[in-house]
Every structure is written in structure tokens, then in C-alpha cells.
Design a protein around this ligand. Sequence first.
Ligand code: BES
Ligand code: MN
Ligand code: ZN
Length: 494
Amino acid sequence: MTKPISLTLTTTDLDALAGAEGKLAIVVTPDGKMDQPARRVNRLTKGAVARLTESKKWEKMKPGEGFVIGFPVGLAAEALSVVKLDRRPKLDEARKAGAELARFKGDAALTLAASNQGRLDELALGLILRGYAFTTHQTEERDAIQDARFMVNKPEEQEQALASIRARAEGVFFTRDLVSEPANVLTTQEFADRLEAMRDLGLKVEVLEEDKLTDLGMGALLGVGQGSESPSKVVVMEWTGGGDEAPLALVGKGVVFDTGGISLKPAAGMEDMTMDMGGAGVVSGVMRTLALRKAKANVVGLVGLVENMPDGRAQRPGDVVRSMKGDTIEVINTDAEGRLVLADVLWYAQERFRPAGVIDLATLTGAIIIGLGHENAGVFSNDNGFANSFLRAARAEEEGAWRLPLGKAYDKLIKSDIADMKNTGGRPAGSITAAQFLQRFIKEDCPWIHLDIAGVAHVKSDTALAPKGATGWGVLALDRLVRDGYEADPAADG
Ligand code: BES
Ligand code: MN
Ligand code: ZN
């Protein structure tokens, strides 16, 4: 796994500032108030910090932004970053400040001297998340921060907050690595192996193989994978940190590569379909975070792992398959495969676990990118309270999410002449008809949210907390949803 920047907390050592190597960072409040380390650095640099904070430049900088002074006089550091940040910053400002510090090419060390800065944990999260790079397949060594040292007044008081940050960062990194990994490496077998390795963290992990899936009657899922050399699998991860209450179920689309099947996709951009397991990636990352921080909640994660390939044995347009639920589906387009996978895994999750709620995540439709771009995931739900609690969590974590409608009126678009339904409704409302299809596999009284993450799982330009590529969108929001809504006694932790 990609290793997060390693972070150590020490007490403030004013004498060490002059000799700190790599990047040195200090924090100054927007109105120019300096703490002890900042004052020391100002003196060492013969007033450079004060000149900055009294300048027009400083006035124009937003909270969380930093100004970098290169090869500063009086310091051993290659760069001095003066970060503009309140003592009690907003969460996004603290993360942004951390994210800016991650962008440093040069020596691999960072020292942040911030004696009594608030929300240092969130700053650390920004630093770690923005410091991600998928370099597994690059032979040349990377020129970026690897070690960070935070000098603070009371390191022991920050340790616990940092442990929680590390759990979240590791979950996000796990997701990003899975999503970034090419399909010749991340086969269904390799994916299942990586999930099985999480038994070490106390998760119960079970892999259902094709014969078992056949016995269960998962004809919709199996139809998608039947043209691939890689066997289809369903992996079930259980975290039982709560009492005996019904679990929250997270279900993910894990198409390790989507060629479109016999309804073959065009060549241009097809390489992006290595990320078509993004939903399963998020589910896996959340489960990792919950296990690492020993969440006091019951959550099950289920992922359907298949590869959609054209082949002599591949399913054809026009085929009719029978789902585990019993409903039959006419496969009009073999490229609308994600919903076929989810149909069976959703049904299995409800039958086996009787969950208190189900959330599925999937890179399901290109149409959601047309509608919402790369800023928001599409949110569909049969339960307003459940949907709102997710939207609140997503807003708090600044992970874009926007609700779209469901409705009976859309059903006529997926009506089949020869089966119970067909798997595509044509171009109009493409994301909604996909969600409408999924709802056929949700029991009447089961609160359910469907997240179409095709636009947000993988992006072509840098975001606030991620370099371009896999974002890990959703791990933080879902972790927060669990923390706020499912952990035994929210009051106990303050
Ligand atoms: N995996 C794709 C959706 C997708 C598109 C994800 C772009 C990420 C980026 C999905 O399986 C798919 O092919 N959907 C089709 C559905 C259509 C055939 C009804 C689509 O969106 O074109
Ligand atoms: Mn497809
Ligand atoms: Zn797909």
C-alpha cells in the first residue's frame, strides 16, 4: 500500500528552527499575530516574516493559504512557508493549509512549528491526503515530503486525534490505490486477496466463489463476468464493533475492467475503465478505516467483483438473465453491467443481514458526468431522513453530493417486452433509470441510498485534497456518517 507521510509530534524546540532542513513552516494569524516559533523565525530571517504579513500580498491571501519564501536568509531550510491561519480555523481552512504544505519538491522533510495551533489534526489530514502519489509502477524515486515533524506545546494531547487521522488517511489511500491500480494487476483475485488481508485488522472477510454464487442464483452478476478469464466473486466484510443492532450495509460495484462487453466501448478513453471498481474501492476503504479506528458500530461491506469482457462465452445483447431475487432482466446493452452486478449483491445483502439501511456506491453512468460533472456525486434515495443525514456528512467533509429524483414515471423506460425489465432505458434520464432499476432490488421498508460516483471517483485535474487521478471520494463522508449516526453513544466522545 502507498505509505502516508510519516508524522511525528515533538515539543517546540526554538533552537532547532535555524537548522531545520527541507521545508520549514510557521503559522501566523490573519491579523499578523505570531506565536513564539514564528517570532523566532522572523528574527532569524531579519524580519522577512513581518514584511510579508504587513504586505498587500498577505492581505490578499485566503485563510489556509501559505506564502513560500525560497532559500531564506538565516535558515538552513530550502523553503519557508508562512501559513495564514486562525488559531481556531474552520475545518476546510485547516485541511487546505495542510494540503499546501504537501506541495514541496526538494528534501523529503517538513518541519511545522505551530506551538498552540488549533485543528492540527485536520491540518495533518490535509497534508497526508494531498501528499498521496500512486508510484507503485514508477521505478524512479519520488521527490516529495516523506517525513513531517510537528512542533507543538503539548504533543501528548494531540496523539489521539492523530491516530484517528491516520485511520482515515489509510482508508482513503487504500481506496485510491485500488482505483489507480491497472486491471492486469487488480484482477478479481488480487482484489479479493487484498480484502482478505484485512482480517489482520479484525474484520471478518468471506469470499464467495462462482459455484456459491450459482447456488445463490446470482444470474445477473454471473452473466456480466462470464466472458472473462477472471472468476466473478462477491466479498463480504463484517465489522461488528457495536451491540446487537442491525448493521449498516455498504454495497460496491467492483467491475475491475469494463470494456462494455459485446456492446464494446470505443477505444478512445477505454483505459479509464480500470476505475470501474470505484464503488467497491470506497466500500473497502471505509471498512479499513472503521477497523483501524475500532468503530463502535456494526457495518457490513459487500462488493461484487467481475470483469466485463467480450469473448466467445460473453453474454449477448438480447440475453435474458434471472436475478437472485427471481426477477428476469433483458440485457439490451452489455455495457449497462454495473446495475446487473448490484442487483444481485443488493438483494443478497438484504436477505442475509436484514440491514438497518443500505448504501450502494457505483461508477454507474456516464450520464451522471453530463449532469453533475466532476464536482458532485449523484444521490438517489427512497428515504428523506437517511438521504439528508448522508448529505450532511458529505457537506461537512466537503465531498460534493447532489440529490436527484426517483419516480414511478421513469419505470416505463425500462419495461421489457419479453422479461420483467430491461437493463437500459436509452439516453433520457440515464442516471435516474439506472437508479430506478436498482430500486427494483430494494425491499419496500429498507432505507436505501444509491451514490453514482462515476464523475467523482477519478478526476483529470488536482482537487483540494487529492492529486489528479483517484480521489477516494466518499470514504470521509461515510466514515463521518457512521460516527455521527451509528456509533453507540455519540455523547461519550464529546
Ligand atoms: N462504467 C460505465 C459508466 C462510466 C462512464 C463510469 C464513464 C465512469 C466514467 C457503465 O458501466 C456504463 O458503461 N454505462 C453506460 C450505460 C448505458 C449503456 C445505458 C453509459 O453510461 O454509457
Ligand atoms: Mn459499462
Ligand atoms: Zn461499468
